[in-house]
Design a protein. Structure first.
Length: 285
């Protein structure tokens, strides 16, 4: 891609939303979407999170819709801004869903840390260029702001603190849970459904090849082996090298417009997205 970086010179302390929006919609749209999917997937390996998601049924009975809702609700504040009407509605809907369940601040803070750390690590390995210093700071500032909007307490101050928190939390809490495994399996099946059915096994192997040993162990997934890992990592690095020669993207690539988002062919209503307590929302004809 073009060596011109639209984030060069932007102050991450004041323009972090713009910088992260540029990263997500122009510079690395596929990579950041993939890495955030893996970030959420990691959280299932914490039994208090994975088992709760299994008990709600949303990630096993309506996997596609839950995937779509999560992707869109997280994208709206980024694209429209935290203070926009739609951005506020998306954050409100996320908070309403979380308040339906007994979720600890520690779990919420851990999930937030994965949104920061996993994409940075992914881009370091598979990005077509390195992140600039201001871009990494902007990612931290963006998710700090998102965390404040979600009333998460004791949010880390720096990337290093986010990284330390995530790694320590996983060391302490990663463990096998039957419900969490069901959520993971449903998500893996959904990922495979984005490709022709003949490729399902290859997609499964590819996905497992990108999982580190603690994650594989927590879900009791079969180890893909060194050959599969080498081929999968090699393919992503080859893609990154090829992308360096592509022209810069002129139009933003939004998650909500991706073909894998299938639940809202006629548009969506933020207020009706996600899960609700029994009997809500009340739809008036």
């Amino acid at each position: 891609m073009s060596t011109t970086n639209r984030n060069t010179g932007l102050d991450p302390e004041t323009r972090y939303v713009e910088i992260y929006r540029n990263l997500s919609t122009y510079e690395f749209p596929w990579d950041i979407n993939q890495s955030l999917s893996f970030a959420l997937f990691r959280t299932y390996a914490v039994p208090s999170i994975g088992n709760l998601l299994d008990r709600t049924g949303a990630f096993t009975r309506q996997t596609q819709k839950r995937y779509d809702d999560t992707a869109i609700l997280l994208e709206v504040p980024l694209v429209e801004g935290f203070d926009s009407a739609s951005g506020k509605a998306a954050i409100r809907r996320i908070n309403q869903m979380h308040k339906m369940y007994d979720i600890s601040n520690d779990d919420m803070r851990y999930v937030l840390s994965t949104f920061v750390v996993v994409p940075v690590r992914w881009l370091a390995r598979f990005g077509w260029r390195e992140l600039q210093a201001n871009e990494r700071v902007a990612m931290v500032r963006y998710y700090q702001d998102l965390g404040r909007h979600m009333a998460i307490k004791d949010i880390p101050d720096t990337y290093d603190e986010f990284e330390t928190l995530m790694d320590a939390y996983e060391d302490e809490h990663f463990a096998f849970d039957d419900g969490a495994r069901r959520v993971a399996d449903s998500t893996m099946d959904l990922m495979a459904s984005f490709y022709p059915s003949i490729a399902a096994r290859a997609v499964n192997i590819f996905s497992r090849s990108l999982m580190d040993e603690p994650l594989i162990t927590a879900f009791r997934y079969p180890e893909p082996g060194p050959v599969a890992r080498a081929l999968s990592v090699g393919a992503l690095k080859a893609r990154a090298r090829a992308l360096r020669y592509f022209p810069a993207r002129r139009k933003p690539a939004l998650v909500q417009n991706m073909p894998r988002i299938r639940s809202y062919p006629n548009g969506y209503d933020i207020e009706k997205m996600g899960t609700f307590a029994p009997g809500c929302p009340v739809h008036v004809e």
